[in-house]
Design a protein around this ligand. Structure first.
Ligand code: ARG
Length: 585
């Protein structure tokens, strides 16, 4: 609900009380957007719901409410329609005043949250020495956008990268490292073992075919857990190598994260098991320590436990998440913790949230949210793969998007006979390519799977990043063409709304705060995408119908201000999606 709606709601409640008494102080006036713009902007449906209680016809009730309703500073005189709807139409002068106020404000009139909180967004979180795959790409893009939106709302956001940097796989990797780079373990230098993914594959191959290698790997895990110096050194080398590869992706995507991997919580794991034991929730099952869960059964229909310590003493993914949860609540003092992973992990989150709740570890004012997302599919509708059937390397995927964006711009330049510098072309290609990938992901409802198509995401038509970027560029083009300085529009600075297209655009411009509030709550960035797409569309309709540079004053300056406010709104909205704008493209 935006500020206008809140005011209308308040005034409707006051009218209800004035008409029917204080019993109605908490009656919801049922204010909704008008079902048809012909009838106005909002409608209040409360009269229909009170008919039985008051023993009167809804139309009569509506009349009694309207008689007490004073919205003369916001709306045209209210009208009663149909069986008893109260229709409200915003006054043009009210809209003008709102627009004039927000266009001068850095935040475009969007207030910060009334209850700023410490919030954690746990996202990206790839695994060391393993492929950072498209699932991690989605997590990175969606998590970054959510973090940006929460930050903009005024929350104190901690962006955590919960990398998988601990576990038995390191035994195998370190054993292999000793085999192929014996010197690496004794020298202090960072090492370059090239592609870590193929290193992982080779290590796995050795592990699978050689029993001695397997035994050495097991020893190495023990040494790692005991903190043996040379083994720890090898572990650090491997992590560092992965970190560098991940960083290339984060730089390309312009995403910032604080690494706090699984190893960070390692020292806290025994305590998790101890604490669970004191709550009485812990049970021994075939040597493993576990907590039985409500609502989860295995294939045989027997109750399913969450194993927090295996029979060999090792800990699980969930144990680490429980330890991390404690740390985040107690040390970080987070009030909301948001986890962004593929929906394949939904059970994992439901389960460990349940265990933490049962153990009474979650204070009432702390909210835990799993933000699941669907798969990335190839154009054949199957899991996204390269032509040869391998998983796609993220770097290749992003490079390909940039290269294709580059080919597009080069073609356009040639067609238009335009000459631009290499620097310009490369910058456009990078911004467009990366934006296209991000936007294609964010514009879908995250819970659905989506088909990855370079052609679609790079198209200048449709709900794509290039389309939105182009709307912005178009507006900057108007200012260049008219030699306009948007920051200095002179004494006619006043938005005046006459044409329908102006009003439609104006009303949409005033809805951004509502959209941001929604995303702050339900963490669905696709709503912001929809909003921006519609904004571009409404702007284009306005621009087709209302001449800007060629019109007379005061319409000219007013329209220039509408252009500028549209551009500012696009820029702000896109920045919350992690997308940069271009002045020209
Ligand atoms: N490393 C995990 C994976 O690649 C994701 C971790 C998500 N965060 C968490 N706290 N469990 O699947």
């Amino acid at each position: 609900m935006n500020a206008t709606q809140e005011q209308l709601k308040l005034k409707l409640t006051q009218a209800l009380v004035a008409a029917f008494g204080t019993d109605y102080t908490n009656t919801d006036p049922i204010l909704v957007s008008a079902s048809n713009p012909k009838f106005g902007d909002y409608q209040a449906n409360v009269a229909l719901s009170l008919s039985k209680k008051l023993g009167k016809q809804p139309r009569i009730i509506a009349t009694e409410i309207v008689n007490k309703l004073d919205v003369s500073d916001i709306c045209e005189p209210p009208e009663i329609a149909g069986p008893g709807f109260i229709n409200l139409k915003l006054q043009t002068s009210y809209l003008e005043a709102q627009l004039n106020a927000i266009q001068a404000d850095d935040r475009l009139g969007i207030p910060t949250a009334t209850n700023p909180q410490k919030q954690i967004v746990d996202f990206s979180s790839p695994n060391i020495a393993k492929e950072m795959h498209v699932g991690h790409l989605r997590s990175t893009i969606i998590g970054d956008s959510i973090a940006r939106i929460l930050e903009f709302c005024g929350h104190d956001v901690l962006r955590l990268n919960h990398v998988g940097d601990w576990g038995t796989q390191f035994g195998m990797l370190i054993t292999y490292l000793r085999e192929v780079y014996p010197d690496a373990l004794t020298t202090a230098n960072a090492l370059n073992i090239g592609d870590l993914v193929s290193f992982y594959r080779q290590a796995k191959k050795r592990f699978d075919e050689d029993a001695v290698f397997q035994e050495n790997s097991r020893q190495e895990v023990v040494r790692l857990q005991a903190g043996a110096e040379d083994t720890l050194h090898a572990w650090k080398l491997l992590c560092e190598q992965s970190r560098q590869e991940f960083q290339i992706i984060y730089d390309l995507l312009n995403v910032e994260l604080i690494e706090r991997g699984e190893s960070f919580y390692n020292p806290l794991l025994p305590k998790v098991v101890e604490d669970l034991a004191t709550t009485g929730l812990l049970e021994e099952n075939q040597g493993a320590k576990c907590v039985f869960l409500d609502g989860f059964t295995n294939r045989e229909g027997n109750p399913l436990p969450l194993i927090v310590q295996k029979s060999d003493g090792g800990y699980n993914y969930a144990t680490t998440d429980l330890a991390a949860l404690g740390h985040r609540i107690q040390k970080d003092e987070a009030k909301r913790i948001v986890y962004v992973t593929d929906e394949g992990q939904s059970n994992h989150f439901t389960q460990f949230f349940q265990v933490a709740r049962k153990a009474n570890w979650i204070p009432e004012d702390v909210e835990l949210v799993h933000v699941p997302f669907g798969l990335v599919l190839g154009e054949d509708g199957k899991k996204f793969k390269t032509r040869s059937g391998d998983t796609v390397r993220l770097r290749d995927l992003l490079d390909e998007a940039i290269n294709r964006a580059r080919a597009d711009i080069e073609k356009r330049l040639q067609e238009d006979g335009r000459v631009e510098t290499e620097e310009f072309i490369q910058n456009v290609a990078e911004v467009v390519g990366i934006s296209a990938v991000k936007y294609a992901d964010l514009s879908q409802n995250r819970t659905s799977s989506y088909v990855f198509s370079y052609d679609k995401m790079l198209s200048l038509k449709g709900n794509t990043a290039p389309y939105l970027l182009y709307a912005y560029v178009r507006i900057q083009g108007i200012s260049r063409q008219g030699n306009i300085d948007f920051t200095n529009l002179g004494i006619n600075r006043q938005i005046l709304l006459k044409e329908d297209a102006e009003l439609t655009l104006a009303k949409h411009l005033l809805q951004l705060d509502e959209v941001i509030k929604e995303v702050e709550q339900d963490l669905l960035p696709n709503r912001l995408c929809d909003y921006l797409y519609q904004l571009s569309d409404k702007f284009n309709k306005f621009y087709e119908n209302c001449p800007v540079l060629k019109s007379e004053e005061p319409a000219r300056t007013s329209r220039l201000m509408l252009c500028d406010l549209t551009a500012k709104t696009l820029k702000l909205g896109l920045s919350l999606l992690g997308i940069k704008v271009l002045e020209r493209m």
